[in-house]
Design a protein. Structure first.
Length: 231
């Protein structure tokens, strides 16, 4: 399937594409970008939901208030969110090597990408959950619902549309981060923009990268908005 796509794109672009970059290299880089976004988003979602639910439940006047857990986790989340992604890439190189055995490549980039997007998604998810009307929670408690039932049968379904829109925002931020990760050898279309567009002064590669990123962002935003309207 991949070979057919590469062949089709090569035939279409052959009269117009004048660059040292081959279509096969571009398709490989695009696959690497999707790979990084998918796995970082997957691990980030797991982290984000766990973080958001813990903060929601243990906050003052929450379902199960716990000052120790809330005031212990909250500053850690704030600290991780305050670090620029390029700093995370460098600071967590030892952890990346420990987990995946290398500090370069697509899998190596997934570690700092997850650390970058996890707390960010957690805050967005927490914001969505806090938007749920307190009357719904009080009604659930009055009916004798357990904390888990309140979270999974009342709060999360009620916050569905807001959650989808916030996860869409997080995905767009992650796409930008994967492009930045290309600066340190992570692969993907960001790496093409650096190694071919910048270092080899190939303007056409930079333009192609910009167009692809714009299309990806537009697709994700449109799909997220459509999904949030579904009932």
């Amino acid at each position: 399937m991949r070979d057919l796509i590469v062949q089709w794109l090569t035939e279409i672009t052959a009269p117009y594409w004048k660059s040292s970059l081959s279509i096969d290299q571009f398709v490989t880089a695009l696959q690497e970008t999707f790979h990084m976004v998918f796995f970082a988003m997957l691990f980030g979602c797991i982290w984000g939901f766990i973080q958001a639910i813990i903060l929601l439940v243990t906050r003052p006047h929450g379902i199960l208030p716990n000052r120790v857990i809330y005031h212990g986790l909250n500053p850690i989340v704030n600290a991780l969110r305050s670090l620029p992604f390029i700093i995370l890439l460098i600071a967590f190189i030892p952890l990346t090597k420990l987990l995946v055995g290398t500090s370069i490549g697509t899998w190596a980039a997934i570690v700092p990408l997850t650390i970058y997007i996890g707390p960010y998604m957690g805050r967005l998810i927490e914001t969505s959950l806090l938007e749920v009307n307190e009357g719904i929670i009080e009604s659930a408690q009055a009916m004798g619902a357990s904390p888990l039932q309140i979270i999974f049968k009342f709060i999360l379904p009620e916050a569905r549309s807001s959650l989808i829109l916030n996860l869409t925002t997080a995905t767009i931020s992650l796409i930008g981060a994967t492009a930045m990760a290309g600066a340190v050898g992570a692969g993907g279309i960001g790496d093409l923009a650096i190694s071919y567009g910048y270092q080899r002064f190939d303007t056409s590669v930079v333009i192609l990268t910009v167009i692809v990123l714009l299309l990806l962002v537009q697709f994700v935003q449109t799909f997220g908005e459509w999904l949030s309207r579904l009932r």
